[in-house]
Write a protein that binds this ligand. Structure first.
Ligand code: ADP
Ligand code: ZN
Length: 765
C-alpha cells in the first residue's frame, strides 16, 4: 500500500526538472488525500507543472508559506513503488538528478489537459461501398492499414484518430488519409477527445500458432518460456532473417494467454518501427500495438499513457522512452536490435536504454530478451559472465543462405576507380560491372555509404582553406550541389554547405574567404548524393533513389520508400545507415559498401565493433529469400581483422578477437569508463574550471583507476561552446559513480559552465 497524506499535510513533489529533489506542497481540502505515486498539478514559479508525490515534506517554512497542490491528474493509478525504485536506481547509476529521470516518465503536461474537441477521421457511413468501388490496384497496403486501424479503434471504443495519429499508427502518409477522405471511405468529424476508449472489452488474438517454429526457434522459445516467472536476461543471437522476431512474438503470446492482466514492452530503435514491423505484428496479434514515441499527438499520448497506466494496453511498442512508462503490470521486455547506438540518450538524462531495460526487468523481477544479429561485445561479455543466457540461431528462415562477401582491395591497380568522360568514379570497375549484371537480370542493388549530402569537404585548391562551421569545430558538408562548367575551363559550384551538428548553413560562394581567389573550390570525397549522380549517369535506364535522414525524415516517408522498393519501382538504392536496419527486400541481391574503412580509425575504441555490426547488418539485406546475395566491400585494409571476419562471416571469431583487444587495452567491458564533458562559451572559464577539478581529482594510489585529461573533446567546439573532456577508467570492482561523487561532490559548477557526466560513453564527440 502506498503511504497516504491527509488534508493540510505537507508532501514532497518531484518535478520533471534538472534542479532540486522536489518541493513541498500542502494537500488541499479539495483533494482530501494524496498517495505516494500520485501525479499532481502544482504551481511552480508562475506556471503549472505536473509532478509526482514522493513522500512527506520536510520544509521548515511555516505552513501558510507553502503553496497548495492545484489538482490531481485524473484517471491514473499511483505510480507503482517498483517504478519509483527503478527511477531512483537510474538516477543513481547515470548520476542524473531524479527530476531528469522523472521527465522521461511523464510526457509534456499538455497530454494531461482535459479533453477538447478535435478533428478526427473515422470510417464513413457506407464506407464499404466506397472501398469496394476501388480497383484492386488502388487498394494499397497503406490504405488497407488505415481501414484496419480504424476497425480496431471501433472495437476498442475509440471513435477515430487525429490525422497525425492515424498516419502514425497505420504508417500511411497523410496524403493517403486525405485521399481516402476524398473517396468517402473516411469521414472527418469534430469530436471530444476520447481519452480512454474501452480497451477493456477488446480481446487481443494471441494468434493461432499456425506458424510452425523451426527446431532452433522452438528450442530458444522453450528455454526462455521455462524461466518466465522471474528475472532472467537472454540474448537471442541469430543471423539476419533467422526469425528472432517470431520467437519473442511467441513468448509474448504465451505470457498474455496465461494471464490477460499482464503487459509486455517491445523496444525497437525508432527507425525500425516500420510498416513492415506493424504489419507483421498485426498479422500475429490481430491488432496494431499501443505505440509510444515522439511522433504522436498529445491526445494520443494521453490516451496511450492512460491505457498503459491502467493496464489496458497489453503490448506496447516504442523506442527508448517507452521504458519509463508506469506500466501497471509489466511482465516481459524485449529489446530488439540491442546493439543499436540509438538506445543511448545523450541529452538530459544520459543513459543507455538497453542497459536500463535490464535494470528495470530486474526491479520488476520479470524476464527480458535482447535480440540482435550482431550483439554488442558488452552483451557477449554478460553471457560469458553468466549474467545473460544465450540462444543462437544459425540458419536463415526457410534456408535462405547468407550472402558471399568479397573484399575489394582498393590498393590493387585493377580496382582503381576510373576517370572517364563522366568524371571521377567512386567504384572499382569490377563493382560497376557487378551492379550492371544484377540490375540487367532484374534484381535490385544497394549501395551503402554512411555519409549524407554531396561531399564531406569543400576546399580552396589555391590556399587549402576548408569550409568549416563557425560554431563548431567541424568541416561543413556540401549539399544540393550543382556543377556547371565555365568557358574558362573552371567549374562553377553551387549549393550549400551545412554543419551536421548545429544546423548552420550557408550557400557556396565562388570566392574563397581566406585568399580571395575566385572559382577554385573543389569538393573532396563522396556523399550519397554524389554517388547517385554517378549511378544515374552510368545506369540511366534504371531508377535509383537516395535514403538518408535528409530525404527520409519521417516514418511515413520511410514506409512509402520501402513500399516503392518492395514494389520494384526502384533498381538501385543508395543510402546511409538507414539501410542497415531490419528491412527485408526479397529481390535485393547485391550490396556494395563504398568505403568500408570509414569509422574504424579515430578515437572510438568501439570503431571496429561498430563497423563490423553496421556492415554485417547492411550485408544481411542481400539475398534474404531464394536468390543468392553478394556483398562487395571496397577497402584499403582488407588485411584488418574486422574486414577478414566480415568476409568469412565468422562473427564469433571477430568477437573473440575484439574481446582480446578490449581486455589488453583495459577497455569496456573489461573496465568501467566514464566521460566528463565540460563546456561553456567562455574558453578561459572552461579551462579554469578544468584546472580546478583536476586539482581535486582523487589519487590513484592503488592503480585501480585512471583519470585522463583534460584534453579537447573530439569536437572541441560545438554550438559555440568550448569543450574539454576527462576520461575516467577503472577496474570492474570499483564503483565509477562513487569515485566521481567523491571527486566532484564538493565542487560547485560555476555559472555558464556545463558539466555532462556520461557513464559508459558510447559516442565520443
Ligand atoms: P529476424 O528478426 O531474425 O531478422 P524475422 O523474425 O523477421 O527474422 O524472420 C525472417 C522471415 O522469416 C520473416 O519473413 C518471417 O515472417 C519468416 N519466419 C520466421 N519464422 C518463421 C516460421 N517459424 N515459419 C514461417 N516463417 C517464418
Ligand atoms: Zn555547427
Amino acid at each position: 500500500m502506498q503511504k497516504t497524506f491527509a488534508t493540510y499535510e505537507t508532501v514532497k513533489v518531484l518535478l520533471p526538472i534538472a534542479v532540486g529533489d522536489g518541493y513541498d506542497y500542502i494537500v488541499p481540502m479539495s483533494l482530501g488525500e494524496v498517495r505516494v505515486g500520485d501525479m499532481v498539478r502544482v504551481p511552480l514559479r508562475n506556471a503549472e507543472e505536473i509532478g509526482l508525490v514522493i513522500g512527506a515534506g520536510n520544509s521548515s517554512l511555516p505552513k501558510e508559506k507553502i503553496k497548495p497542490i492545484i489538482s490531481a491528474v485524473k484517471n491514473l493509478p499511483p505510480v507503482p513503488e517498483k517504478l519509483l525504485k527503478f527511477m531512483a536506481q537510474v538516477a543513481d547509476y547515470t548520476m542524473t538528478p531524479l527530476g531528469n529521470v522523472l521527465s522521461l516518465m511523464i510526457p509534456e503536461s499538455k497530454a494531461f489537459e482535459p479533453p477538447k474537441n478535435e478533428d478526427i477521421f473515422c470510417l464513413a457511413d457506407g464506407w464499404k461501398n466506397a472501398w469496394s468501388a476501388l480497383s484492386d490496384a488502388r487498394k494499397t497496403d497503406a490504405k488497407k492499414r488505415v481501414v484496419e486501424c480504424l476497425e480496431d479503434a471501433e472495437k476498442i471504443g475509440i471513435n477515430g484518430y487525429a490525422m497525425k495519429d492515424l498516419s502514425s499508427i497505420s504508417s500511411a502518409s497523410t496524403s493517403v488519409v486525405k485521399g481516402m477522405h476524398g473517396a468517402k471511405i473516411l469521414a472527418k468529424k469534430s469530436a471530444p477527445k476520447n481519452l480512454f476508449g474501452d480497451y477493456a472489452d477488446y480481446q487481443i488474438k494471441y494468434g493461432s500458432d499456425n506458424i510452425k517454429l523451426s527446431d532452433e526457434q522452438q528450442n530458444a522459445f522453450a528455454n526462455i518460456v521455462r524461466k518466465i516467472a522471474e528475472f532472467s536476461a537472454t540474448l537471442i543471437d541469430g543471423v539476419t532473417g533467422s526469425g528472432k522476431t517470431e520467437i519473442y512474438f511467441r513468448i509474448i503470446a504465451e505470457i498474455l494467454k496465461s494471464d490477460t492482466d499482464k503487459q509486455v514492452l517491445i523496444m525497437l530503435p525508432e527507425i525500425s518501427l516500420t510498416a513492415q514491423f506493424l504489419q507483421k505484428f498485426k498479422s500475429r496479434f490481430g491488432i496494431f500495438p499501443t505505440l509510444w514515441h515522439s511522433g504522436l499527438t498529445a491526445t494520443m499520448r494521453a490516451r496511450n499513457y492512460n491505457a498503459i497506466a491502467n493496464g489496458i494496453a497489453k503490448i506496447v511498442v516504442g523506442p527508448r522512452s517507452a521504458l519509463f512508462l508506469p506500466y501497471k503490470n509489466l511482465a516481459f521486455i524485449t529489446v530488439d536490435e540491442e546493439h543499436d547506438g540509438s538506445y543511448k540518450q545523450e541529452e538530459g538524462a544520459v543513459y543507455n536504454a538497453r542497459d536500463m531495460a535490464v535494470l528495470r526487468a530486474k526491479t520488476e523481477n520479470i524476464p527480458i530478451v535482447l535480440a540482435s544479429a550482431t550483439p554488442s561485445v558488452e552483451s557477449y561479455f554478460n553471457v560469458e559472465q553468466k549474467k545473460y543466457g544465450i540462444e543462437k540461431l544459425h540458419k536463415r528462415f526457410s534456408n535462405a543462405t547468407l550472402p558471399d562477401v568479397e573484399l575489394i582491395d582498393m590498393k590493387d591497380f585493377e580496382n582503381k576507380p576510373q576517370k572517364t568522360v563522366l568524371g571521377q568514379s567512386w567504384f572499382a570497375p569490377a563493382v560497376l560491372k557487378k551492379i550492371e549484371t544484377e540490375i540487367i537480370a532484374g534484381n535490385q542493388a544497394m549501395i551503402f555509404l554512411n555519409r549524407r549530402g554531396y561531399a564531406p569537404l569543400l576546399v580552396c585548391t589555391k590556399c587549402g582553406y576548408k569550409a568549416a562551421c563557425p560554431n563548431c569545430d567541424v568541416s561543413m558538408v556540401a549539399h544540393g550541389v550543382k556543377i556547371t562548367p565555365q568557358p574558362d575551363g573552371k567549374n562553377k559550384i553551387s549549393g550549400t554547405v551545412k554543419c551536421h551538428h548545429c544546423g548552420y548553413f550557408s550557400s557556396i560562394r565562388s570566392t574563397c574567404p581566406a585568399c580571395g581567389c575566385d572559382g577554385n573550390f573543389a569538393l573532396v570525397g563522396p556523399g550519397v548524393d554524389r554517388i547517385k549522380l554517378e549511378i544515374d549517369e552510368r545506369f540511366s535506364r534504371y531508377k535509383s533513389l537516395v535514403m538518408s535522414s535528409d530525404t527520409i525524415n519521417t516514418s511515413r516517408k520511410l514506409n512509402d520508400t520501402i513500399a516503392a522498393i518492395e514494389n520494384r519501382e526502384i533498381d538501385i538504392i543508395i543510402g546511409t545507415q538507414i539501410l542497415s536496419k531490419g528491412h527485408h527486400f526479397p529481390n535485393l541481391t547485391l550490396v556494395v559498401v563504398v568505403d568500408g574503412d570509414m569509422g574504424i580509425a579515430g578515437d572510438d575504441f568501439r570503431g571496429a565493433e561498430k563497423t563490423f555490426s553496421m556492415l554485417h547488418q547492411v550485408s544481411g539485406r542481400a539475398g534474404r529469400e531464394n536468390k543468392k546475395g553478394t556483398v562487395m566491400i571496397q577497402t584499403y585494409n582488407p588485411e584488418m581483422v574486422v574486414m577478414r571476419h566480415l568476409k568469412s562471416g565468422d562473427k564469433n571469431a571477430f568477437i573473440a578477437a575484439e574481446m582480446r583487444n578490449r581486455r589488453d587495452a583495459k577497455m569496456p567491458p573489461f573496465a568501467h569508463l566514464a566521460a566528463l564533458i565540460i563546456s561553456g562559451k567562455n574558453k578561459s572559464k572552461v579551462e579554469n574550471f578544468c584546472r580546478e577539478i583536476l586539482k581535486s581529482a582523487p589519487k590513484d594510489s592503488l592503480k585501480k583507476f585512471r583519470i585522463m585529461g583534460p584534453v579537447d573533446a573530439p569536437i572541441a567546439m560545438l554550438n559555440g561552446n568550448y569543450r574539454k573532456r576527462f576520461l575516467v577508467q577503472s577496474n570492474l570492482e570499483i564503483s565509477m559513480q562513487k569515485l566521481i561523487r567523491l571527486w566532484l561532490g564538493k565542487i560547485k559548477i560555476p555559472n555558464g559552465i556545463k558539466l555532462k557526466i556520461d557513464i559508459d560513453p558510447y559516442n565520443f564527440m
